[in-house]
Design a protein around this ligand. Structure first.
Ligand code: CP
Ligand code: NVA
Length: 312
């Protein structure tokens, strides 16, 4: 069974096809193939969501399928039914399952026992659907017709803030996969951890990211600037400490001015204006955050369609 738990669960060639499919879906949104016809897909949330939930629910519907939104508390998972049993039972009703949860081992355990494709809708480790969307959003600028992933090679990505977060990990992983340079800038104590190094090693990808505490030097010459919330879901108890440590890493007009003049600003959203990013940057012409949000729909439809193809 082919699942999508991390960026490298598709080869670069398969990812290229996903981006082309996503473009096709975006170009003619309501005339897409009915790839999920007569299928029912579960969307299981252990954490809050706006974009992931709505874009998958709409996406399954547009591909001809029936989406069922579930949460961990109102299923027997919340009362201790094992993941193994839950995955086996859900596989008897559903044709695919998107999961947003805490520990990455939870999606891995579902994938181990499910006989349907599992899609990672965010874990504490990574957010691969978001990264495929972000890459697609960049390809719309760099290679709008061919969506050629080779145009990403050598682009300089700079990630600021919580460099140990799921979004930072996914940027590191995607940069290694698609040949982008990546520098991460954040406070000591929030550097990339051994977890992402182990993921790169397991995939045979070089550990070529750079971490620095100097936001300004990191940002000079950037093609893409990105950040994420300073307090991720599950980190609320550390909110005060995190906000204080990360204040120097806010993406504001002064920092954006150090990047290339045609650099793009990305943020997976939700944003906290005045914390990790200024309102000025969110509103600037270099910000492509709302294209990025829209593209969740098109990219995820393509991910689901690709999984159906690979599993048939
Ligand atoms: N970017 C993202 O995953 O948004 P949601 O938390 O709203 O799903
Ligand atoms: N890092 C954030 C991403 C939200 C989409 C979180 O995990 O809360």
């Amino acid at each position: 069974m082919h699942h999508f738990l991390k960026e490298t669960d598709f080869t670069p060639e398969q990812a290229q096809h996903v981006f082309l499919l996503a473009k096709q879906f975006k170009d003619d949104r309501l005339n897409c193939p009915q790839t999920l016809k007569k299928q029912s897909w579960g969307l299981l949330f252990y954490k809050s969501s706006t974009r992931t939930r709505i874009s998958f629910e709409v996406g399954v519907n547009e591909l001809g399928g029936f989406p069922i939104v579930l949460d961990s508390q109102n299923t027997q998972i919340g009362r201790g039914e094992t993941i193994a049993d839950t995955a086996k039972v859900m596989s008897q009703y559903l044709h695919g399952l998107v999961i947003r949860t805490y520990g990455h081992e939870i999606v891995e355990e579902f994938a181990k026992h499910a006989t349907m494709p599992i899609v990672n809708g965010l874990t504490d480790l990574n957010h691969p659907c978001q990264l495929y969307t972000d890459i697609f959003t960049l390809l719309e600028r760099y290679s709008p017709e061919a969506m050629d992933i080779n145009t990403l090679k050598g682009k300089k990505v700079v990630f600021l803030g919580d460099c140990a977060s799921n979004m930072a990990n996914s940027w590191i992983h995607s940069a290694a996969m698609f040949g982008m340079e990546i520098t991460l800038a954040g406070p000591e104590g929030f550097a990339p951890t051994h977890e992402i190094d182990a993921v790169l090693e397991a995939d045979g990808l070089a550990k070529q990211y750079v971490f620095t505490t100097d936001a300004k030097s990191a940002t000079e010459g950037a093609d893409v600037l990105c950040t994420d919330v300073w307090v991720s879901m599950g980190d609320e108890a550390e909110a005060v400490k995190r906000k204080s440590a990360m204040t120097p890493y806010q993406v504001n007009g002064d920092l954006l001015a150090l990047a290339k003049s045609d650099a793009y600003f990305l943020h997976c959203l939700p944003a906290h204006a005045g914390e990790e990013v200024s309102q000025e940057v969110l509103d600037s012409p270099q910000s492509i955050i709302f294209d990025e949000a829209e593209n969740r729909l098109h990219a995820q439809k393509a991910i689901m369609a690709k999984l159906v193809e690979l599993n048939s």
